[in-house]
Structures are given as C-alpha cells and as structure tokens.
Design a protein around this ligand. Structure first.
Ligand SMILES: Nc1ncnc2c1ncn2[C@@H]1O[C@H](COP(=O)(O)OP(=O)(O)OP(=O)(O)O)[C@@H](O)[C@H]1O
Ligand SMILES: [Mg+2]
Length: 457
C-alpha cells in the first residue's frame, strides 16, 4: 500500500514542488495550504507522515506538531525551517519532530529524509508486533519439567483441559499453580474466551462478594450503579480462583451454588443469573487441615476438586533443575550461559522453600552478576553453596557424621552444623542454641563468624 504523506505549507510554489517530487516517487500525497486545513486533513486521512513548514500565519508548524503528536504519538513529523533558524529546528525536535529539512533543499535531500522516516516507521511497527507476540507468548508460558511427577501433571492437564469439570490445583507457593491454570485454559475450547483471575486472599472480606458476583445499583452505600463481578467477566472463558482456601466461610455456600447450579446472584439482586464459566481454583494451604479445622466446607471442596492436581515442591523433583536452569537462561535472553556440574549439584541439593519462583529469581540475579558465560560455584549465594557438601548434611540427620575421603575442614563442618540447626528450628535462634547446647550469644558469634544470614522472606 502507498504511504500517505500530508504536506502543510502556505507557500504555494514550494508545496507544489514537494507534492510533485513525492508523488513521482510513488507516495500518496495530501497537500494543505495552512495549519488549519492541515489538521483537518490529518484527522480525516490519518497519514503515515506529516511534513510541515514552521512559519505560517494562523496555526503554525509548532502547533501542528504538538497537535499531531498529542492525537497520534506514533505519526512522524518532519519540519521545514528556513536557513539559519537552527534554534527553531532544535525546539521542534524537542517537541517530538522526527527530523527537519532546511530551506532551500534539493530533491535528493528531501527524498532521503522521507525514506529514512518511513523506514523508521516500518521498524517501529515491526517492533511493536514482535513485542505483542512476546507478551502473548508470555501468557502461554511453557511449563517445564522432565520429572515423572511433572509428566503426570502434564498428562492430567491434557486430559481435563477440554472438559468442563472444576479443577483444584494445590502446591506450595511458587510451584507453578497459576501457570497450570492458564495452561488448562489455553488447551481448552474456551481459549478464545477470557481468562479472569481473582485472588481470594487479596481482597477485603466485605468487598469479595461483590467482586465475585457483582452487585446491583443501590445494594449498599457506594453502589451507585450495577457492577459486573469476576464471574460475569469470565463468561465464555475460565475463572481462576486463586488462594481459594482463604475464601471466608460465609461466602462458600454462594460459590458452591454457582458451581452446582451454574447461576449466581449479584449482591442486592433478586433474580439469579445463569452463567457459563469454567472454574479452576488453586490453594497453597494444606487442604486436609482446612477440612479438619472446618475453615473450608467439605461439599465445596469436592465440587472444586472434581479433578485435583498437586504440584510437587521443587525439592521433591530436583531432576527438573537442569532443564529449568536452561529454560530460565533462555527466557531471560542468555541462551549461551551454562552452569558447571558442581554448581548444578549445589542448586539441586538446596531446599528451595520458594520453589520455582525462587529458582527463577536466582537465575536472573546470577545472569546480571556474572563475569563469564559459565556460572560457577562461588557465584552462588552462601546458603545454596553451603548445602553442596551433601553427604555430610544427609548424615547429620541420621546423627552420624560421614566425612569424605579427601578430608574435611572442621570450620566448614561447624558452619554446616550451625546452618542445619537453625534451619531445623526455623531460624529461631533461641531454639537453635538450645539444640546445639550452647548459649545464644555463642550461636550469634558463630553466625557472624561464618556470615550466616537467615533466608530473606
Ligand atoms: N514448571 C515451570 N516451568 C517454568 N516456569 C515455571 C514453572 N513453575 C513455575 N514457574 C515460574 O515460576 C513463577 C511462579 O509460578 P506461579 O505464579 O504459577 O506459582 P504459584 O504456584 O501460583 O505461586 P503462589 O502460590 O505464590 O501464587 C512464575 O514466574 C512461573 O512462570
Ligand atoms: Mg499464584
């Protein structure tokens, strides 16, 4: 398609020259004899490029430039200035002009400037398309895992995705529950519908009901008009109820009803509404405990968990770690980066309380801090590196110390015993000191000596 160029110049002969040259080169040219006419035509024609003279009676070039940039920041503007008025050109560039031409100019100069601008425009569009693609890819983010337990998860996801049953995803924080929920949506027949998330723990109790089911005008003070809830927004798609374990008891029957009858009642509404929504829920609470404590209704649990999917903690599937490391390097634009064997071993024996999220954060940090493309043991944070003498740690738990053949540093051993005692006692120093049968100040002294810090929350 021909590129559209709007030319604004009150000087008729100059305008004709511009028009002629650009038309001949194959552009679609729209001439305007004043700033006023120019802006009108701009609104009508949405040109790709605007070339405007600066000095004009009425609306001048600067005003044209500002108006164009305001209504369409992506449109490029080239200004024409008189010889010797560089300061005006500078000012215009500051206000967002792409380039300028000084009068008098020759044909080649004009055509080159225009060609350069249009090329820039194409690149910008391409760039935006690429960005859109990347961000939409981010929605379908891959779930990585080669372990048997993750393979099982993938299999269940494949099987349930295209059904209408409710799925409850359980697992510790950072194990990928949201990723799995999205993946179920993407693999289902609802993939072109919305994927709506609501975090039941993040919304104040008294707002949650209306957030979920909507309300009608006048239902409570502040309800000045009808408002759709997340259920209504998710019609035709999937509603992801995150941290559903935190749903207050009094709202649980309402959710149960929505799942059972496929209808909801907005706050203050008199008639139930039919809704077509697939529900996927997640929780990082221990479900058994919530059921035993009666903070979660059993009937609702069975409705939500028609198919339960449990995501194992990362420490239960260390065999996934090499693959995850490679995947995260790639995801963060560092394809070439690798980890030496020792480092992978250390990473694999760490406990990963924050699971895959914590691992990804580590990779991001290592990528920023690295000096070369192979990441080695001494680049790891202390708490991860210190776990690398695994045989010792494992055997301390059996109350036997198994020392490696090559010998072992007493200081290192002491350090490990201190870390282990703290970890066992959830970093409570009084308890750890008691466990080690030393006074607390001695423990603190050792911690300082070895630079042992509690894990950041
Ligand atoms: N198997 C995996 N493959 C690739 N990336 C993963 C995997 N599991 C988790 N991640 C990444 O780890 C991060 C945490 O995942 P997600 O938000 O799904 O966890 P979550 O279980 O919902 O955690 P929380 O309970 O804290 O909300 C995300 O950036 C996600 O992309
Ligand atoms: Mg989550």
């Amino acid at each position: 398609m021909k590129k559209k160029i709007l030319i604004i110049d009150d000087d008729t002969s100059l305008r004709r020259v511009l028009e002629y040259n650009l038309q001949e080169t194959g552009y679609h040219v729209i001439p305007a004899a004043s700033g006023e006419e120019g802006l009108l035509l701009f609104a009508e024609e949405s040109p790709d490029l605007v070339i405007t003279d600066m000095k004009m009676p009425g609306i001048d070039g600067m005003q044209v430039l500002k108006a164009v940039k305001e209504s369409s920041p992506e449109t490029l503007v080239i200004i024409i200035t008189a010889f010797g008025t560089v300061d005006i050109a500078v000012e215009a560039m500051k206000a967002g002009a792409y380039d300028y031409i000084t009068k008098p100019f020759n044909r080649d100069e004009l055509l080159l400037t225009v060609a350069k601008a249009l090329q820039f425009l194409e690149l910008a569009v391409e760039n935006r398309l690429l960005k859109d693609q990347i961000s939409s890819n981010a929605d379908y983010r891959t779930i990585v895992g080669s372990s048997r337990s993750m393979q099982r998860v993938f299999e269940i996801v494949r099987k349930v995705a295209d059904t209408e049953v409710s799925v409850l995803i359980t697992g510790e924080s950072g194990t990928g529950k949201e990723l799995v929920a999205r993946s179920i949506h993407q693999q289902s027949g609802r993939r072109n519908g919305p994927f709506i998330t609501i975090n039941c723990a993040a919304i104040p109790r008294d707002l949650l009901e209306s957030e979920l089911f909507g309300h009608i005008k006048g239902a409570f003070t502040g309800a000045v008009k009808d408002k759709a809830g997340k259920f209504q927004s998710a019609v035709g798609g999937t509603l992801f109820l995150d941290e559903v374990g935190e749903l207050p008891l009094e709202l649980q029957p309402k959710l149960l009803r929505a799942l059972q009858e496929k209808e909801i009642e907005p706050v203050g509404g008199l008639k139930p509404q039919k809704i077509d929504v697939r529900v996927v829920a997640a929780t990082n609470l221990e479900v058994d405990k919530a059921l035993a404590d009666a903070t979660f209704r059993e009937d609702l649990y069975y409705r939500l968990a028609v198919i339960p999917i449990h995501l194992p903690a990362l420490r239960e599937r260390p065999e996934d770690i090499p693959l995850l490391l490679r995947y995260f390097c790639k995801k963060h634009g560092a394809d070439k980066v690798s980890f030496d064997t020792e480092t992978i071993t250390a990473i694999s024996s760490y406990k990963w309380p924050g699971n895959v999220r914590e691992l990804e954060n580590l990779v991001v940090r290592l990528l920023i801090m690295r000096n070369q493309d192979e990441i080695t043991l001494n680049e790891l944070p202390d708490k991860i590196r210190s776990g690398s003498a695994l045989p010792i740690k494992a055997s301390i738990q059996e109350n036997i110390i198994n020392l490696p053949h090559e010998g072992y540093s007493l200081e290192q051993l002491e350090r490990e015993v201190v870390v282990e005692s703290l970890e066992r006692n959830l970093w409570n120093q009084t308890a750890a000191a008691k466990f080690l049968r030393i006074p607390r100040h001695t423990l603190i002294y050792r911690m300082e000596k070895y630079g042992i810090l509690p894990p950041e929350k």
